[in-house]
Design a protein around this ligand. Structure first.
Ligand SMILES: [Zn+2]
Length: 57
């Protein structure tokens, strides 16, 4: 148990402990949040976009 005042969640991609606000909510009213933080999702989106357009990095 940790003594954190703010609720945090560990990103399953970068494994950082981040506040819940760093995670996008999946559905209204449910406690389900994305397993990945916004940073990881954005990065993956960008990489997928680059791959789809035949570019690396
Ligand atoms: Zn992350």
């Amino acid at each position: 148990m940790t003594m954190t005042a703010e609720h945090t969640k560990t990103c399953s991609h970068c494994t950082r402990d981040l506040p819940l606000s760093a995670f996008a909510r999946r559905r209204r009213g449910a406690e389900t949040r994305q397993a990945w933080c916004r940073d990881c999702i954005n990065q993956t989106r960008r990489e997928a976009y680059a791959r789809a357009h035949g570019r690396t990095a």
